[in-house]
Design a protein around this ligand. Structure first.
Ligand code: 13P
Length: 255
């Protein structure tokens, strides 16, 4: 499968932003801007409290709903957590797992993220699984080692069939929220490396069909150049997803 057969995936990670009303307004504003676009899968990931309401707004549209995280149990005494089953119940088709902010601020390890990924897939969610190196790791020459660990340990135990419900988001930590976007060459190099890792571990069929999104200061102005790279299959957008027009412009740059 070549790039042309991988449908681009553009997702907005709203992070810890927006009240319920604001989230509903953003979804309602986005819907008409991307209506009729079927050349990309489009996802928005609001905060938990807004998921159900945003899902209601998006019903019947070409924009899917995702969460930003989930836990590894279906229900029970796990105060403050949320299960994949509950996310599905609230209208989600997707969840993000392994965002660098979860790894950094909440100490989520590769092993724990692997457990989350496995559990979420088993429940029937599709997953955007995030990986990426810090500036220190890139400059210290350990970037490939870090990406290898994140891919090998993060995706451990997955079967070929699981990958229909998985996308990888390459999000170099130094590019997130900094305005410093990876160059198209840097993104391509990392994406190609990630795809080669997936090929080594899961085979050619899985690797060539896998969508690898880029995340980190993606904007309407840089999305076109990035998506033209052979191994860049979409975006996971933070800041620019908080405005309907800029997110829609990124979607349009991709199709
Ligand atoms: P920014 O687009 O704000 O850099 O955030 C990227 C990101 O972390 C998406 O998950």
């Amino acid at each position: 499968m070549s790039k042309t057969t991988r449908k681009p995936l553009v997702a907005g990670n709203w992070k810890m932003n927006k009240m319920v009303g604001e989230s509903v307004d953003l979804a309602a504003a986005l819907k008409p801007l991307v209506a009729g676009i079927d050349g990309a899968d489009i996802v928005v990931c609001p905060v938990y409290t807004a998921l159900y309401a945003v899902g209601e707004v998006l019903k019947g549209s070409n924009v899917e709903l995702g969460a930003q995280n989930c836990y590894v149990k279906e229900s029970g005494a796990y105060t403050g957590e949320i299960s994949p089953q509950m996310l599905l119940d609230a209208g989600c088709q997707w969840t993000i797992i392994g965002h660098s902010e979860r790894r950094e601020y909440f100490g989520e390890s590769d092993a724990f993220l692997n457990e989350k990924l496995t559990f979420a897939l088993g429940a029937g969610l599709k997953v955007m699984f995030c990986i990426g190196e810090t500036l220190e790791e890139r400059e210290g020459g350990t970037m490939n080692e870090v990406l290898t660990r994140q891919v090998v340990e993060g995706l451990k135990g997955l079967q070929e069939g699981d990958f229909a419900s998985v996308a990888i988001a390459y999000e170099p930590v130094w590019a997130i929220g900094t305005g410093v976007v990876a160059t198209p060459e840097q993104a391509q190099e990392a994406h190609a490396f990630i795809r080669s890792l997936v090929q080594e571990n899961f085979g050619e069929v899985v690797a060539s069909a896998l969508r690898i999104q880029y995340g980190g200061s993606a904007k309407p102005g840089n999305a076109g150049e990035l998506i033209s790279q052979p191994d860049v299959d979409g975006f996971l957008v933070g800041g620019a997803a908080l405005k309907a027009d800029s997110f829609a412009d990124i979607v349009k740059a991709v199709v």
